[in-house]
Design a protein around this ligand. Sequence first.
Ligand code: ZN
Length: 272
Amino acid sequence: MAGRDEIELIRERADMLEIVSRYVTLKKAGKNYLGSCPFHQDKTPSFTVNPDKKLFHCFGCNEGGDLFQFLMKIERIDFAEVLARLAAQVGVPIRRERASPLSKFKELNERICGYFQINLVSPAGQKARDYLKQRGFTKEIVEKFRLGYALPKWDDLIKTFPKDGETLETLGLALRGKEGTRYDRFRERLIFPIWSSTGDIIGFAGRALGDEEPKYLNISNTPLFEKGSVLYGLNFARQAARDTGTLIVVEGYTDVISAHQAGIENIVAGMG
Ligand code: ZN
C-alpha cells in the first residue's frame, strides 16, 4: 500500500478540475467552479469545486469531499483503486506489495495513452488535428476522450518504452516480424483509448487518416481486452444511462464522441 507521502504527492499533482471535468461540465463562478451534480437529479447547478482546496461540495445533496472521494463515488471503486489510477496518471510510483499483472498492464496503458496524446498535440500530429477539426470536434472533447496519434514510424512506441517490449506485445501494441523483431501495431493513425466500464484503459483502436485499410484497426484480444464484451464509452455513459433509464448503442467511436459534444451522454458503441 502507498505511504502517506505518496498519497500527498498524488493529491498535490492531480489536477482536480481537469479530472472532475471528465464527468461534470464546470463553469467558473468566482473562486469556485459550478456544475450539475452527478450524484443527484440536479435542476439548478448545485455542485461546486474549489480548485485551490481541491474539494467538491454539492448544496443539493450534500455530497462532498476530496478528489479521492469523488472518484470512489463516481466510479464506484475503492480507495486503493483510485490511488493506483491517479498514481499512474500523475506519474507517482507507488509501492505495492503485490501489484497484480493486470494492474501493471493498466498502468502501462495509462502511460501509453499519455504518449499518444502528446503526439497529437506535437507538430507531427497536424494531419490528425486537421481531421478532428474537420469533424468539428472541440479541444475539450478531444481531451475528454483522450484521443491521440500514432506517428508514421515503425518503432516509435517501442523505442519510447524500451523496457516494456514484451508487455507491449501482450497488450496488442507491438507485433513481431519474420525476423523476430518487434514493430508498432499502430502507425499514422488517430488513436482512441478503450476503457472498461469502470474507467481503466484496456486497449486502443486506431483510425486511418488516409485511404489505408482497414479504416479502423483494433488491438487483438489481450488479458485486458476482449472485443465482443466491450462497449466503447460505457465509462462515460453510466451516469446518464442511470438517470434516463436508456442506453443508446451506435456504430462508431466518433458517433459516441459527437453525441457527447452535443450533450447526449447515454450512448455507447459496440466493438465488432
Ligand atoms: Zn448533489
